[in-house]
Ligand binder design. Structure first.
Ligand code: G6P
Length: 608
């Protein structure tokens, strides 16, 4: 959450910082600010609200300095307000700080600093960093030494950008458990929480490690450990292009990303299949390793967790290995029973989700092999997991995930088939049928995106709903969880997903005349059951929107239905989720809400 950028070079910094922040707004957007070296002093401009408010303020100021840092905030400590917005100053306004993450011991640090006479003007945890830097800088007169000492005092997660008035040719940065990339330009350098903020200017980035300090000048970047010993860093080249992080004519990133799903699935699947064989060598696991697992934990948050729930059904069905799914925030504290010969799969688009990262570390600590399914190359989870399989969804900007979820599903299918092949749980023909299906899944997803006017019209008529229920069985239930989350995330309509068989154990009492129930019925062997469950709610007055697999199966009692192309039932979630995403999108659009930046949310949740 929160996005930070920094620039040092020969051009005015303010427009570059604002442009970078715009690309990071998905990380938080309740307030924003920049600090720029100008006329020998650090000048700060901050505003409450979306970035556009800050842009207007900056437009009225003559900020010409070529060095600066910026921040877009998702509040954790202190309400969104100008005093709580970043950057934060020390009392003499000679040190400015932007921060993403949480300083966990900030209460203790506030007390410590208050006793030394420091006064706080914000409610943030970040302000302690500015004052700690002031405290140590006054003792050492060395910014790196001050940063290193400050880092030994703070606990928690952070990516920090820092300016010292006495060093007007340097941007300083440090991180622990929050992402930070240093972009290497020609005659200029950058810092950013995420590559989209700087990809326009450079594709070469350095990722600094935990508790490392970077000293960034216009023509050089040096990285040090806490003892201020220099470290060697290799630059990584970002392969995707600028257009991938732009809207390209779509009204919203979400719609663009929904339409990019066929490509995300194909790009994720194809490089891993040759003939009928699935190659997951990149995961760091050999066939022998894969064969040894007797149990799988799948751990994630949000939509990535929902991808994991689909994965459980698919892996258990195809490879007959028991799979336990867990929300990362539960797994990390619930003291699970770690079994010998278990594999822990952690799924994360950003690769930075704090709970998922902590769950991964727990599993590693207990000797369990960890495998990350991650979209962002070089992210913390990608680096710390024992093995990683990348989803090739490209950069995802909209807060509500779509294409990354689809790519995560594709990896779970690859994993299921790999395990099934090694364990001999599918015969040759079955196995080949599944692989062939996987190879054409992207085409079927594209078919669903062809014409969606009906969904658009139907969704527009449902924008006034108060509650919407989703029901399904098996994989349809897993897909219902995601459909429901998508809807509530962006439309603010209360929504729940239920295993269809569970509805009558309480929830059915909420069904009234015209309550909308979205019934997923794509599993042929469960279709009759779903039909009965749909009729149970229809005869209590509900409007039913059914998603079925074959045209012939659509229930005539449904008010509206969408048929997905014929697909092997194990992979149906990849198709059924598309009308659900479109439904959520068009409801949100009709309500005139901010599709890409829904209230209170952030795309990358780097705090627990
Ligand atoms: C946030 C996002 C969700 C996402 C979840 C997990 O809550 O808003 O869309 O599913 O984090 O994110 P990850 O990056 O770990 O997949």
């Amino acid at each position: 959450m929160c996005g930070i950028v920094g620039y040092i070079g020969g051009e005015p910094a303010a427009p570059l910082l604002l442009d970078g922040l715009e690309k990071l707004e998905y990380r938080g957007y309740d307030s924003a600010g920049i600090a720029v070296f100008d006329d020998g002093a650090i000048k700060i401009v901050k505003a409450k609200g979306k970035l556009s408010v800050l842009k207007n303020l900056v437009a009225g100021r003559e900020l010409t300095g070529c060095i600066g840092i910026g921040h877009t905030r998702w509040a954790t400590h202190g309400e969104p307000s100008v005093p709580n917005a970043h950057p934060h100053f020390n009392a003499s306004r000679t040190i400015a700080v932007v921060h993403n993450g949480i300083i966990e011991n900030y209460t203790e640090m506030r007390k410590y600093l208050s006793e030394k006479g420091y006064r706080f003007i914000s409610d943030t945890d970040t302000e302690v960093v500015a004052h700690l830097l002031d405290y140590y800088y006054s003792k050492t007169n060395d910014p790196k030494e001050a940063i290193s000492r400050m880092l030994t005092r703070i606990e928690g997660s952070y990516a920090l950008g820092m300016l010292f008035a006495d060093f007007p040719d340097t941007v300083f940065a440090a991180r622990k458990d929050s992402p930070l990339a240093i972009g290497l330009g020609t005659g200029c350098n950058f810092i950013a929480s995420d590559a989209p903020a700087i990809i326009k200017h450079t594709r070469d980035v350095i990722y600094i490690g935990n508790r490392e300090i970077a000293e960034i000048k216009k023509d050089s970047v040096e990285v040090f450990n806490l003892d201020l010993e220099p470290l060697k860093k290799e630059a990584v080249r970002i392969e995707w292009d600028v257009e991938a992080a732009e809207k390209n004519g779509f009204e919203h990133f979400m719609l663009k990303e929904i339409y990019e799903q066929p490509a995300a699935i194909k790009n994720t699947v194809y490089p891993r299949i040759s003939g009928s064989e699935i190659n997951l060598d990149e995961s760091g696991l050999s066939d022998d390793d894969f064969s040894r697992f007797k149990k799988i934990y799948v751990v994630a948050c949000g939509s990535a967790y929902h991808a994991g729930v689909v994965g459980k059904y698919v892996i258990e069905k195809l490879a007959r290995i028991p799979v336990e799914t867990d929300l990362a925030s539960e797994f990390r504290y619930r003291d699970p029973i770690y079994e010998k010969d278990a594999l822990c799969v952690v799924i994360s688009q950003s690769g930075e989700t704090a709970d998922t990262l902590a769950a991964l570390r727990e599993a590693k600590k207990h000797g369990v092999f960890t495998l990350g399914i991650v979209n962002v190359v070089g992210s913390s989870i990608a680096r710390e997991a024992d093995g990683v399989i990348y989803t090739h969804a490209g950069p995802e900007i909209s807060v509500a995930t779509t294409k990354a979820y689809s790519a995560q599903l594709a990896v779970t299918y690859l994993l299921a088939l790999k395990l099934a092949r090694l364990r001999g749980t599918l015969d040759d023909k079955e196995y080949r049928d599944y692989v062939d299906e996987l190879k054409t899944l992207h085409e079927k997803a594209a078919q669903l995106l062809g014409d969606n006017e009906d969904i658009q019209r139907y969704a527009a008529g449902k924008a006034g709903e108060r509650d919407i229920f989703f029901i399904g069985r098996g994989i349809d239930y897993a897909a219902a969880l995601e459909g429901s989350l998508k809807l509530k995330e962006i439309s603010y309509i209360h929504s729940e997903a239920y295993a269809a068989g569970e509805l009558k154990h309480g929830t059915i009492s909420l069904i009234e005349k015209n309550t909308l129930v979205i019934s997923l019925a794509t599993q042929p062997d469960l279709f009759e059951k779903m039909k009965s469950n749909s009729e149970e709610v229809a005869c209590r007055g509900a409007d039913v929107f059914m998603i079925t697999q074959a045209e012939a199966q659509a229930d005539e009692k449904a008010d509206f239905s969408v048929s997905i192309p014929d697909v092997l039932p194990a992979f149906s979630a990849s198709l059924s989720v598309i009308p659900l995403q479109l439904f959520a999108y068009y409801v949100c659009l009709t309500k005139g809400l901010d599709v890409d930046k829904p209230r209170n949310l952030a795309k990358s949740v780097t705090v627990e």
